[in-house]
Every structure is written in C-alpha cells, then in structure tokens.
Ligand binder design. Structure first.
Ligand code: ASP
Length: 322
C-alpha cells in the first residue's frame, strides 16, 4: 500500500490485514509504555484545511506512539490563508522531508491530486475530503464492530452476516461513503435510511439498499445502527422542514433505542448533535460505541501509518525471495 485515499481500493483481505495490525497496535495501548520505536526518524505532517478535533489529534497520537516526528499544519494562520496553493504547500512540505502527509480538505479529490501530482514523494493519507471519503473512519468503525462481535477472537475475521443500518445525512457524508464500500467488502449488508432529500442521486450505484423509514429499518433488527451528523455547514438549502421534525422522523431517541435488539450497537462518528440525530440517552447508553470508536481510531491510524511507512512489507518480501 503506497497511499490510503479511499476504501474502494481495499478488498476483503487487505481490509482484514489492516484490522489485524490494528489489533496488535491496540495491545501496545494496554502496555505501561505505550510507545513503539518503529517510525523513529520518519516525519508525519498533519495538513488540515478543514476543522477537526478527533481526527487530527488521533493521527497525532498514532504517529507519536510509533515514535515519528509530527508537524501539525493547519490552514488557518498559515500562508494558505494568504492564498498559497496546494502545490506550493506540498512542495514546502517535500523540502522539509515529510514521509507521510495526512490531509483533510474541503474539496473532494484533493488527496488524490496530491498523490498523483509529483509535487511530493510521500505517502498520502486521506483524513476526509469534502463529501467524498474518510477511509480511516470507516476502518475504525469496522474495527469497533468486529471487536464488539468477536472480542478477543477478532483476528483474521471479517464482518460476514453482519447487518448495518446507516441513518441520516448520507448526501453530505464521507463517512457513509467510506463505510458503504468497506463494510460490504468485509461481507456486511448495509442499508441506508434518510429523508429523500438527503439521499444522493447516485445511491443506486452504491453497494447498499436504501429507504426513507427509520422505524421500518429498525424493525428489521440490524446488528449495528450508525447515526450520522446533520452537516449544516455543507447545506446550502433547506433539506428538511425543521430540527424537531427531523428528530421525530430520523432521530435515534430513547423510544427507538428501546426497540433495538439485545446485542445491537449504536455508533456515531462524532461530533454529535445531541437532541437532533441522537438523544443524550442513546449517545450515553451501554449500546453506544462512541468512545470506543475514538479509542480504536488511534490503533487503526497507527496500523495505517505503520503499513505505509515501515517498509517492513517490502523488506519481508525481499528476504523471502532471497
Ligand atoms: N467527523 C466526521 C467527518 O469529518 C463526521 C462529521 O463531521 O460529521 O466527516
């Protein structure tokens, strides 16, 4: 793996392999000294053109636990706000010797541009590009589901037979896109539910089934209910009458929570709009994996940085060949 731009490039075995390395990384988090020397001397740049709390901190923690040097570059307060182009920024980072660039950008496709540009010879990790993809979020979601289902016996397993319902602002969600492809590659069945206005026109080309009625979808007894944030910042029109109406029809409130099967789990990528797409009761319930998702995010991002930067894979292959 040279870059991680999208989950569409991951088949079952590649995805399982990343999740298995993430299991090893999670073991490191349980040790007294939570650090590995693996990426000593490597430089990871967090290049964030859009706000983020969880993802940026998570990549920073992941890189530091692998002993890499970390440079945080946020667009606000940098020369980007003075009009510097992505090309100039990339060339500056290349001159500083960046080995990996973790990029979040409001434009879909910006990480691909960087990976194919030749401006910088670094591993590129997509940390969220517009409404396109957020592959490490989907990987951490898959990891969380696998752990909840199989616990200590997770290694080597996929998500065959698991049913996942993704609810809410599918149209603007890079999390939904990345999950649709990753979870189905891992063998899960994915159903998406949203008001008609928040389902993308091309939903027929996604590997999912879709519907408008949340109660119908929950009555089918999904193993996983993944609630999405209403992304007001990406909405340039009114997509539903008002917040109360949205919450009544598509929110996971306490009453709907009570109808879920005994072992089903509730996920949310954060940040949550409590009281809109999810009630406080649902967000804080024992079924909620919200904080597990955050913790697992560090292990999964360690795995991705390790696989991209350690060079172990190539070294192993050469040794095996010799
Ligand atoms: N944090 C996720 C993202 O960056 C989900 C969200 O913002 O709603 O896409």
């Amino acid at each position: 793996m040279r870059h991680l731009l999208s989950t569409r490039e991951l088949d079952r075995s590649a995805a399982v392999a990343i999740l298995d390395v993430a299991e090893d990384m999670a073991d490191v988090a349980d040790r007294e000294v939570r650090k590995l020397p693996t990426l000593r001397g490597k430089t990871v740049v967090n290049l964030f053109f859009e706000d983020s709390t969880r993802t940026r901190i998570s990549f920073e923690a992941a890189a530091k636990r692998l002993s890499a040097d970390v440079i945080n570059f946020t667009a606000k307060g940098s020369s980007v706000s003075k009009g510097e182009s992505l090309k100039d920024t990339a060339q500056t980072l290349a001159a500083m010797g960046a080995d990996a660039v973790v990029i979040r950008h409001p434009s879909s496709g910006a990480p691909l541009v960087l990976a194919e540009s030749g401006w910088i010879d670094a591993a590129i990790v997509n940390a969220g590009d517009g409404t396109h993809e957020h592959p490490t979020q989907a990987l951490l979601d898959a990891f969380t589901i696998r752990r909840r289902l199989h616990g200590a016996a997770s290694r080597g397993r996929d998500l065959g037979g698991v049913t996942v319902t993704i609810v809410g602002d599918i149209l603007h969600s890079r999390v939904a896109r990345s999950n649709a492809w990753l979870l189905t590659a891992l063998g899960a069945s994915v159903h998406v539910v949203a008001p008609a206005t928040l389902l993308p026109i091309g939903i027929g080309e996604w590997p999912v089934t879709s519907g408008y009625d949340l109660d119908d979808a929950l009555a089918a007894g999904p193993d996983v209910v993944m609630m999405l944030r209403i992304q007001s910042e990406r909405m340039k029109a009114a997509f539903f009458p008002n917040a109360r109406e949205y919450s009544r029809q598509w929110g996971l409130g306490d009453e709907r929570l009570a109808t879920l099967g005994a072992d089903s789990i509730v996920m949310h990528p954060g940040p949550m709009n409590r009281g809109l797409e999810i009630s406080a009761g649902a967000a804080d319930s024992a079924r909620s994996t919200v904080l597990e998702q955050v913790a697992n995010g560090v292990s999964v991002r360690m795995a991705v940085l390790y696989l991209l930067l350690s060079g172990t894979h190539q070294a192993d292959t050469k040794e095996n060949a010799a």
